[in-house]
Write a protein that binds this ligand. Structure first.
Ligand SMILES: Cc1ncc(COP(=O)(O)O)c(C=O)c1O
Length: 392
Protein backbone atom coordinates (compact mmCIF):
# COMPACT_ATOMS: atom_id res chain seq x y z
CA UNK A 1 0.00 0.00 0.00
CA UNK A 2 1.30 3.47 -0.87
CA UNK A 3 1.92 5.63 2.17
CA UNK A 4 3.64 8.58 0.47
CA UNK A 5 2.74 10.68 -2.56
CA UNK A 6 4.77 9.37 -5.53
CA UNK A 7 5.19 12.97 -6.84
CA UNK A 8 6.09 15.06 -3.80
CA UNK A 9 7.11 12.35 -1.31
CA UNK A 10 4.87 13.77 1.43
CA UNK A 11 2.72 11.41 3.59
CA UNK A 12 -0.69 10.55 2.20
CA UNK A 13 -3.67 11.20 4.46
CA UNK A 14 -6.99 9.38 4.47
CA UNK A 15 -9.71 11.47 2.85
CA UNK A 16 -13.14 10.49 4.11
CA UNK A 17 -16.11 10.77 1.71
CA UNK A 18 -18.02 14.05 2.21
CA UNK A 19 -21.05 12.77 4.14
CA UNK A 20 -22.60 13.88 7.44
CA UNK A 21 -20.85 12.23 10.38
CA UNK A 22 -21.51 12.18 14.08
CA UNK A 23 -19.98 10.98 17.30
CA UNK A 24 -21.89 7.86 18.35
CA UNK A 25 -22.68 6.51 21.78
CA UNK A 26 -20.24 3.75 22.57
CA UNK A 27 -18.04 2.39 25.29
CA UNK A 28 -14.73 2.51 23.43
CA UNK A 29 -13.06 5.37 21.59
CA UNK A 30 -13.12 3.40 18.32
CA UNK A 31 -16.83 2.69 18.53
CA UNK A 32 -17.69 6.31 19.37
CA UNK A 33 -15.60 7.82 16.55
CA UNK A 34 -16.13 5.05 13.98
CA UNK A 35 -17.79 7.42 11.50
CA UNK A 36 -14.59 9.49 11.43
CA UNK A 37 -12.33 6.48 10.90
CA UNK A 38 -11.42 4.48 7.77
CA UNK A 39 -12.70 1.20 9.24
CA UNK A 40 -16.20 -0.10 8.70
CA UNK A 41 -16.55 -1.96 11.97
CA UNK A 42 -14.71 -2.37 15.25
CA UNK A 43 -12.99 -5.73 15.65
CA UNK A 44 -13.40 -6.32 19.39
CA UNK A 45 -10.76 -9.04 19.31
CA UNK A 46 -8.12 -6.37 18.71
CA UNK A 47 -9.10 -4.14 21.63
CA UNK A 48 -6.55 -3.96 24.45
CA UNK A 49 -8.20 -1.14 26.38
CA UNK A 50 -6.78 1.80 24.42
CA UNK A 51 -8.36 5.21 24.74
CA UNK A 52 -10.80 6.77 27.20
CA UNK A 53 -7.87 8.35 29.03
CA UNK A 54 -8.49 10.96 31.73
CA UNK A 55 -8.04 14.70 31.39
CA UNK A 56 -6.50 15.88 34.65
CA UNK A 57 -6.19 19.47 35.89
CA UNK A 58 -2.68 20.44 37.02
CA UNK A 59 -3.89 22.58 39.91
CA UNK A 60 -0.59 22.91 41.75
CA UNK A 61 1.51 23.77 38.69
CA UNK A 62 -1.15 26.14 37.34
CA UNK A 63 -1.05 28.06 40.63
CA UNK A 64 2.71 27.94 41.08
CA UNK A 65 3.49 29.37 37.62
CA UNK A 66 0.42 31.68 37.31
CA UNK A 67 -0.69 29.82 34.20
CA UNK A 68 -4.08 29.69 32.54
CA UNK A 69 -5.80 26.43 33.59
CA UNK A 70 -3.51 23.60 32.45
CA UNK A 71 -4.76 20.03 32.05
CA UNK A 72 -3.01 16.82 31.08
CA UNK A 73 -4.50 14.27 28.71
CA UNK A 74 -2.95 11.19 30.28
CA UNK A 75 -2.02 8.97 27.34
CA UNK A 76 0.41 7.08 29.58
CA UNK A 77 -2.60 4.98 30.62
CA UNK A 78 -2.90 3.27 27.25
CA UNK A 79 -2.19 -0.51 27.22
CA UNK A 80 1.49 -0.19 26.35
CA UNK A 81 1.88 3.07 28.26
CA UNK A 82 1.98 5.46 25.31
CA UNK A 83 -0.30 7.24 22.83
CA UNK A 84 0.99 4.97 20.06
CA UNK A 85 -1.71 2.37 20.84
CA UNK A 86 -4.36 4.75 19.48
CA UNK A 87 -2.76 4.61 16.05
CA UNK A 88 -1.56 1.03 16.11
CA UNK A 89 -5.02 -0.39 16.74
CA UNK A 90 -6.38 1.30 13.59
CA UNK A 91 -3.42 0.24 11.41
CA UNK A 92 -3.79 -3.34 12.66
CA UNK A 93 -7.53 -3.25 11.87
CA UNK A 94 -6.60 -2.33 8.31
CA UNK A 95 -3.87 -5.01 8.09
CA UNK A 96 -6.23 -7.69 9.40
CA UNK A 97 -9.05 -6.71 7.06
CA UNK A 98 -6.62 -7.01 4.11
CA UNK A 99 -5.57 -10.48 5.28
CA UNK A 100 -1.96 -9.39 5.93
CA UNK A 101 0.11 -11.77 8.02
CA UNK A 102 3.25 -9.74 8.75
CA UNK A 103 3.51 -6.26 10.17
CA UNK A 104 6.45 -4.13 11.23
CA UNK A 105 7.54 -0.76 12.46
CA UNK A 106 10.57 1.51 12.74
CA UNK A 107 10.64 3.08 16.16
CA UNK A 108 12.50 4.88 18.90
CA UNK A 109 10.79 2.44 21.27
CA UNK A 110 7.18 3.29 22.08
CA UNK A 111 5.76 2.34 18.71
CA UNK A 112 7.83 -0.84 18.92
CA UNK A 113 6.11 -2.00 22.12
CA UNK A 114 2.73 -0.95 20.82
CA UNK A 115 3.03 -2.66 17.42
CA UNK A 116 4.38 -5.80 19.10
CA UNK A 117 1.42 -5.96 21.51
CA UNK A 118 -1.29 -5.46 18.87
CA UNK A 119 0.55 -7.78 16.47
CA UNK A 120 0.42 -10.50 19.12
CA UNK A 121 -3.25 -9.79 19.74
CA UNK A 122 -3.99 -10.14 16.04
CA UNK A 123 -1.87 -13.30 15.71
CA UNK A 124 0.50 -11.64 13.23
CA UNK A 125 4.25 -11.96 12.84
CA UNK A 126 5.73 -8.66 13.96
CA UNK A 127 9.08 -7.14 13.03
CA UNK A 128 10.43 -4.20 14.94
CA UNK A 129 13.44 -2.12 13.88
CA UNK A 130 14.69 0.15 16.64
CA UNK A 131 17.35 2.78 17.10
CA UNK A 132 20.62 1.60 18.56
CA UNK A 133 20.17 3.66 21.74
CA UNK A 134 16.69 2.30 22.55
CA UNK A 135 16.34 1.71 26.29
CA UNK A 136 16.24 -1.80 27.74
CA UNK A 137 12.73 -1.17 29.07
CA UNK A 138 11.47 -0.37 25.57
CA UNK A 139 13.38 -3.22 23.90
CA UNK A 140 12.00 -5.80 26.29
CA UNK A 141 8.46 -4.48 26.13
CA UNK A 142 8.56 -5.09 22.36
CA UNK A 143 10.30 -8.46 22.74
CA UNK A 144 7.93 -9.75 25.44
CA UNK A 145 4.92 -10.08 23.09
CA UNK A 146 7.11 -12.10 20.73
CA UNK A 147 8.10 -9.53 18.10
CA UNK A 148 11.41 -9.95 16.27
CA UNK A 149 13.30 -6.90 17.48
CA UNK A 150 16.35 -5.66 15.58
CA UNK A 151 18.59 -2.88 16.92
CA UNK A 152 19.81 -1.11 13.81
CA UNK A 153 23.04 0.82 13.69
CA UNK A 154 23.09 3.77 11.29
CA UNK A 155 21.06 6.73 10.11
CA UNK A 156 17.52 6.61 11.52
CA UNK A 157 15.95 8.67 8.75
CA UNK A 158 17.44 6.34 6.17
CA UNK A 159 16.21 3.31 8.12
CA UNK A 160 12.67 4.71 7.96
CA UNK A 161 12.91 5.17 4.20
CA UNK A 162 14.49 1.76 3.57
CA UNK A 163 11.97 -0.10 5.71
CA UNK A 164 9.32 0.25 2.99
CA UNK A 165 11.52 -1.39 0.33
CA UNK A 166 12.45 -4.15 2.79
CA UNK A 167 8.78 -4.59 3.67
CA UNK A 168 7.83 -4.94 0.02
CA UNK A 169 10.55 -7.52 -0.54
CA UNK A 170 9.74 -9.62 2.52
CA UNK A 171 5.97 -9.19 2.69
CA UNK A 172 5.91 -7.03 5.84
CA UNK A 173 3.50 -4.10 6.14
CA UNK A 174 5.45 -1.34 7.87
CA UNK A 175 3.10 0.83 9.90
CA UNK A 176 5.54 3.63 10.75
CA UNK A 177 4.95 6.97 12.38
CA UNK A 178 2.97 8.63 9.57
CA UNK A 179 1.16 5.55 8.30
CA UNK A 180 -2.19 7.01 7.12
CA UNK A 181 -4.21 4.60 9.33
CA UNK A 182 -2.03 5.27 12.38
CA UNK A 183 -2.60 9.01 11.91
CA UNK A 184 -6.35 8.36 11.76
CA UNK A 185 -6.16 6.53 15.09
CA UNK A 186 -4.49 9.53 16.75
CA UNK A 187 -7.59 11.58 15.95
CA UNK A 188 -9.42 9.77 18.77
CA UNK A 189 -7.36 11.67 21.37
CA UNK A 190 -8.52 14.98 19.89
CA UNK A 191 -12.13 13.81 19.77
CA UNK A 192 -11.99 12.85 23.44
CA UNK A 193 -10.53 16.25 24.35
CA UNK A 194 -13.25 17.93 22.26
CA UNK A 195 -15.97 15.95 24.06
CA UNK A 196 -14.57 16.77 27.50
CA UNK A 197 -14.78 20.50 26.82
CA UNK A 198 -18.31 20.58 25.42
CA UNK A 199 -19.93 23.05 24.99
CA UNK A 200 -16.61 24.93 25.19
CA UNK A 201 -13.21 24.38 23.64
CA UNK A 202 -9.63 24.17 24.89
CA UNK A 203 -7.66 27.32 24.07
CA UNK A 204 -4.60 25.34 23.04
CA UNK A 205 -3.21 21.84 22.73
CA UNK A 206 0.49 21.17 23.28
CA UNK A 207 2.21 18.00 22.03
CA UNK A 208 5.76 16.69 21.68
CA UNK A 209 6.78 16.26 18.04
CA UNK A 210 9.21 13.89 16.38
CA UNK A 211 8.02 12.43 13.05
CA UNK A 212 4.95 14.67 13.03
CA UNK A 213 2.28 11.94 12.76
CA UNK A 214 0.66 12.55 16.14
CA UNK A 215 0.38 16.32 15.73
CA UNK A 216 -1.00 15.88 12.19
CA UNK A 217 -3.66 13.45 13.51
CA UNK A 218 -4.80 15.83 16.28
CA UNK A 219 -5.04 18.79 13.92
CA UNK A 220 -6.86 16.72 11.27
CA UNK A 221 -9.46 15.66 13.86
CA UNK A 222 -10.36 19.25 14.77
CA UNK A 223 -10.45 20.31 11.12
CA UNK A 224 -12.91 17.46 10.45
CA UNK A 225 -15.05 18.44 13.45
CA UNK A 226 -15.22 21.96 12.03
CA UNK A 227 -16.07 20.70 8.54
CA UNK A 228 -18.92 18.72 10.08
CA UNK A 229 -20.20 21.85 11.86
CA UNK A 230 -19.56 20.24 15.26
CA UNK A 231 -17.20 22.99 16.41
CA UNK A 232 -16.64 26.58 15.34
CA UNK A 233 -13.35 27.67 16.91
CA UNK A 234 -10.27 25.51 16.65
CA UNK A 235 -7.75 25.40 19.48
CA UNK A 236 -4.24 26.71 18.83
CA UNK A 237 -1.76 23.89 18.35
CA UNK A 238 1.76 23.99 19.73
CA UNK A 239 4.30 21.31 18.80
CA UNK A 240 7.40 20.99 20.99
CA UNK A 241 10.75 19.51 19.99
CA UNK A 242 13.96 19.01 21.92
CA UNK A 243 16.60 21.61 21.11
CA UNK A 244 19.07 18.80 20.37
CA UNK A 245 16.88 17.50 17.53
CA UNK A 246 14.55 20.20 16.28
CA UNK A 247 14.35 20.16 12.47
CA UNK A 248 10.68 21.22 12.38
CA UNK A 249 11.02 23.97 15.02
CA UNK A 250 14.07 25.32 13.19
CA UNK A 251 12.15 25.48 9.89
CA UNK A 252 9.23 27.17 11.69
CA UNK A 253 11.51 29.84 13.18
CA UNK A 254 13.24 30.40 9.84
CA UNK A 255 9.85 30.81 8.14
CA UNK A 256 10.72 27.98 5.81
CA UNK A 257 8.17 25.64 4.20
CA UNK A 258 10.46 22.62 4.31
CA UNK A 259 12.70 21.33 7.07
CA UNK A 260 16.34 20.37 6.68
CA UNK A 261 17.60 17.10 8.18
CA UNK A 262 19.08 17.60 11.62
CA UNK A 263 22.30 15.60 11.53
CA UNK A 264 23.12 13.77 14.75
CA UNK A 265 20.47 14.16 17.46
CA UNK A 266 21.64 14.87 20.99
CA UNK A 267 18.92 15.04 23.62
CA UNK A 268 17.60 13.31 26.74
CA UNK A 269 14.24 13.10 24.97
CA UNK A 270 15.28 10.04 22.95
CA UNK A 271 11.68 9.20 21.94
CA UNK A 272 11.42 12.39 19.91
CA UNK A 273 14.78 12.34 18.18
CA UNK A 274 13.91 11.70 14.54
CA UNK A 275 16.35 13.85 12.53
CA UNK A 276 14.38 13.35 9.29
CA UNK A 277 10.69 13.53 10.27
CA UNK A 278 8.59 12.12 7.43
CA UNK A 279 5.58 14.25 8.45
CA UNK A 280 7.67 17.37 9.10
CA UNK A 281 6.68 19.42 6.07
CA UNK A 282 3.01 18.53 6.32
CA UNK A 283 2.94 19.32 10.06
CA UNK A 284 4.61 22.68 9.33
CA UNK A 285 2.07 23.56 6.68
CA UNK A 286 -0.94 22.56 8.80
CA UNK A 287 0.24 24.32 11.96
CA UNK A 288 0.86 27.53 10.00
CA UNK A 289 -2.64 27.34 8.51
CA UNK A 290 -4.19 26.81 11.95
CA UNK A 291 -2.14 29.54 13.61
CA UNK A 292 0.09 27.61 16.01
CA UNK A 293 3.80 27.24 16.48
CA UNK A 294 6.54 24.60 16.66
CA UNK A 295 9.09 25.48 19.32
CA UNK A 296 12.13 23.87 20.88
CA UNK A 297 13.16 23.49 24.54
CA UNK A 298 16.50 22.58 26.11
CA UNK A 299 17.37 19.33 27.89
CA UNK A 300 17.66 21.29 31.14
CA UNK A 301 14.12 22.63 30.73
CA UNK A 302 12.86 19.15 29.82
CA UNK A 303 14.36 17.46 32.89
CA UNK A 304 13.15 20.22 35.18
CA UNK A 305 9.62 19.88 33.71
CA UNK A 306 9.78 16.09 34.14
CA UNK A 307 10.53 16.54 37.84
CA UNK A 308 7.84 19.17 38.29
CA UNK A 309 5.18 16.92 36.76
CA UNK A 310 6.26 14.00 38.94
CA UNK A 311 6.82 15.85 42.22
CA UNK A 312 3.98 18.37 42.06
CA UNK A 313 1.34 16.35 40.26
CA UNK A 314 2.29 12.66 40.58
CA UNK A 315 2.69 12.25 36.82
CA UNK A 316 5.97 10.51 35.95
CA UNK A 317 6.27 10.84 32.20
CA UNK A 318 9.02 10.42 29.62
CA UNK A 319 11.30 13.39 28.98
CA UNK A 320 9.66 13.59 25.54
CA UNK A 321 6.28 14.19 27.18
CA UNK A 322 7.73 16.70 29.65
CA UNK A 323 8.64 18.94 26.70
CA UNK A 324 4.99 20.00 26.76
CA UNK A 325 5.25 21.60 30.21
CA UNK A 326 8.62 23.11 29.31
CA UNK A 327 6.96 24.46 26.16
CA UNK A 328 4.04 25.94 28.11
CA UNK A 329 6.40 27.76 30.47
CA UNK A 330 8.24 29.17 27.46
CA UNK A 331 5.00 30.20 25.73
CA UNK A 332 3.72 31.81 28.93
CA UNK A 333 6.97 33.77 29.28
CA UNK A 334 6.49 35.11 25.75
CA UNK A 335 2.83 35.98 26.33
CA UNK A 336 1.68 33.44 23.73
CA UNK A 337 -1.06 31.88 25.90
CA UNK A 338 -4.45 33.57 26.04
CA UNK A 339 -5.24 34.25 29.71
CA UNK A 340 -8.02 32.13 31.16
CA UNK A 341 -8.18 29.78 28.16
CA UNK A 342 -7.48 26.16 29.10
CA UNK A 343 -4.29 24.56 27.84
CA UNK A 344 -4.14 20.79 27.27
CA UNK A 345 -0.78 19.01 27.43
CA UNK A 346 -0.67 15.53 25.95
CA UNK A 347 1.41 13.25 28.20
CA UNK A 348 2.41 10.82 25.49
CA UNK A 349 4.43 8.17 27.35
CA UNK A 350 5.27 6.82 30.78
CA UNK A 351 8.52 7.66 32.57
CA UNK A 352 8.87 3.99 33.48
CA UNK A 353 10.01 3.39 29.90
CA UNK A 354 13.27 5.20 30.44
CA UNK A 355 14.63 5.14 33.95
CA UNK A 356 18.15 5.96 32.78
CA UNK A 357 17.61 9.68 32.47
CA UNK A 358 16.05 10.27 35.89
CA UNK A 359 18.93 11.42 38.09
CA UNK A 360 19.11 9.19 41.20
CA UNK A 361 20.12 12.14 43.35
CA UNK A 362 16.64 13.62 42.92
CA UNK A 363 14.91 10.63 44.48
CA UNK A 364 14.62 10.15 48.24
CA UNK A 365 15.83 6.58 48.50
CA UNK A 366 17.23 5.22 51.79
CA UNK A 367 18.28 1.86 53.20
CA UNK A 368 17.77 0.53 56.71
CA UNK A 369 17.91 -2.65 58.72
CA UNK A 370 14.63 -3.64 60.36
CA UNK A 371 15.72 -2.64 63.91
CA UNK A 372 16.92 0.79 62.67
CA UNK A 373 13.77 1.53 60.71
CA UNK A 374 11.93 3.32 63.52
CA UNK A 375 14.88 5.70 64.03
CA UNK A 376 15.20 6.40 60.31
CA UNK A 377 11.50 7.21 59.90
CA UNK A 378 11.62 9.41 63.01
CA UNK A 379 14.49 11.38 61.53
CA UNK A 380 12.76 11.66 58.13
CA UNK A 381 9.52 12.87 59.68
CA UNK A 382 11.37 15.23 61.99
CA UNK A 383 10.22 13.38 65.16
CA UNK A 384 13.04 13.54 67.71
CA UNK A 385 11.54 11.03 70.15
CA UNK A 386 10.60 7.53 69.06
CA UNK A 387 6.94 6.63 69.57
CA UNK A 388 6.21 4.15 72.36
CA UNK A 389 4.66 0.91 71.30
CA UNK A 390 1.22 0.95 72.98
CA UNK A 391 0.30 -2.66 72.17
CA UNK A 392 2.76 -4.21 74.66
C1 LIG B 1 6.63 9.48 23.98
C2 LIG B 1 6.53 10.09 22.62
N1 LIG B 1 6.00 11.31 22.50
C3 LIG B 1 5.89 11.92 21.31
C4 LIG B 1 6.31 11.29 20.14
C5 LIG B 1 6.19 12.03 18.83
O1 LIG B 1 5.26 11.47 17.96
P1 LIG B 1 5.44 11.65 16.40
O2 LIG B 1 6.64 10.86 15.98
O3 LIG B 1 4.18 11.11 15.82
O4 LIG B 1 5.63 13.11 16.14
C6 LIG B 1 6.86 10.01 20.21
C7 LIG B 1 7.31 9.33 19.00
O5 LIG B 1 7.83 8.25 19.01
C8 LIG B 1 6.96 9.39 21.49
O6 LIG B 1 7.47 8.14 21.62
Amino acid sequence: MTQFCPDCGEPLLVELPPVRRCIRNGATALSRYLEFLPISEVDKALHLGEGNTPLLPLNRLTKRFHLPPVLVKNEMLNPTASFKDRGTVVSVHMAKSQGLRRIGTVSTGNMAASTAAYGARAGMETFVLVKEDTTKEKLLSAAAPGARVVKVEGDYGELGRQSFALGKKHGIYFMNSVDPFRVEGYKATAFEIFEEFQPGNPGSIVVPVSSGGHLIGLMKAFVELKEQGLCTDLPSFFGVQARGCAPIARAFTEGSLRYREWGIPSTVAQSISNPAPPGGNLALRMIRELGGEVLAVSDEEILSAQRLLAEEEGLFCLPASATTLAGVLDLQGRGRLASGEPVVLVATGSGLKNLRVFPAKHGHVYASSLPDLDRLIASLTGLSISVKNTIE
